[in-house]
Design a protein around this ligand. Structure first.
Ligand SMILES: Nc1ncnc2c1ncn2[C@@H]1O[C@H](COP(=O)(O)OP(=O)(O)OP(=O)(O)O)[C@@H](O)[C@H]1O
Ligand SMILES: Cc1ncc(COP(=O)(O)O)c(N)n1
Length: 275
């Protein structure tokens, strides 16, 4: 039997509200025609208004989930999201070194849209020292890039400088998401391993429904890499996917609503039929 469907993995926290974290990742994987699996690091009680509570899983549960997947699946690409604290970052790093899950996208989730802290302060240095050097691509938003690079980011030139610093920390490729920058465009900066750089840009769509945008764009990149596309093609597809998901809003909940993952169409089905 052949592995016709690429299998991918998210290592993150759940969102009971279904818009971010593991749930957003699995929904994105499904929409992008790959088979999604998950190692749950933390469980949040969360909705579109905010995070009410969360608990992280035991060391054994984290290790056992990794082993269960490694024993049975051929994972082509993976990502990390909410990792809770320093201890859990170390558990995850241990497993990422032990097993081969393909290219790793590190989405260094720190603070939820509603303000809840999803990564303890003591974890930042562990992320920098132990996780970043394993990353094929790191995808911080502006506050996360500021924290990791140790510089403030107010404009595009600051984004470019910060990306160089993140590369020096060991991430092979860098995507700094510009959603939090006050600008008319939604402009993200890409610095590639070979030194090439570019801006990925769409119009900014005015909406409060942007819960899970960071999770969704990184999950889409994982899916495209698993299907065999090169990183630049994966990044461009993911940027179009996220724009369509934001610019065709659905109304769910009373706070920052989730994205419309049905909005993007790219003819993937026809392409697939020819295989
Ligand atoms: N209003 C918007 N219109 C269009 N694109 C947007 C908008 N807001 C964010 N984006 C895009 O969505 C992607 C995620 O960006 P953002 O900087 O918001 O990440 P994030 O803070 O990690 O997301 P989140 O915290 O919601 O998960 C980027 O490509 C960004 O440019
Ligand atoms: C489990 C989990 N992971 C990530 C986010 C970030 O998403 P957002 O910034 O849109 O709240 C979240 N809220 N919850």
């Amino acid at each position: 039997m052949t592995d016709r469907i690429p299998q991918v993995l998210t290592i993150a926290g759940t969102d009971s509200g279904g818009g971010a974290g593991v749930m957003a990742d699995l929904k994105t994987f499904q929409m992008r025609h790959v088979f999604g699996t998950a190692v749950v690091v933390a469980v949040t009680a969360q909705n579109t208004v905010g995070v009410q509570n969360f608990v992280s899983l035991s060391e054994t549960m984290v290790h056992d989930q990794f082993k269960a997947l490694a024993d049975d699946f051929t994972i082509k690409a993976c990502k990390t999201g909410m990792l809770a604290d320093a201890e859990h970052v170390r558990f995850v790093v241990h497993n990422l070194k032990k097993y081969h899950f393909g290219p790793l996208i590190v989405d260094p989730v720190m603070i939820a849209k509603g303000g809840a802290q999803l990564l303890a302060d003591d974890a930042i240095s562990v992320v920098k020292q132990a996780l970043l050097p394993l990353a094929t691509l790191i995808t911080p938003n502006i506050p996360e890039a500021e924290r990791l690079s140790g510089q403030t980011i107010k404009n595009r030139s600051d984004m470019q400088q910060a990306a160089q610093k993140l590369k020096q920390l060991g991430a092979k490729n860098v995507l700094i998401k510009g959603g939090h920058l006050a600008s008319q465009a939604a402009a993200d900066y890409v610095l590639l391993a070979d030194g090439r750089s570019l801006w990925l840009e769409t119009p900014r769509f005015e909406t409060k429904n942007t819960h899970g945008t960071g999770d969704t764009i990184s999950a889409c990149i994982v899916a495209e890499l698993a299907k065999g596309y090169d990183l630049l093609t994966a990044l461009k597809t993911a940027k179009q996917f996220i724009y369509a998901s934001i610019a065709n809003p659905i109304e769910v909940g009373h706070g920052h609503g989730p994205l419309n993952l049905w909005a993007y169409t790219d003819g993937y089905q026809e392409e697939n039929d020819e295989i």
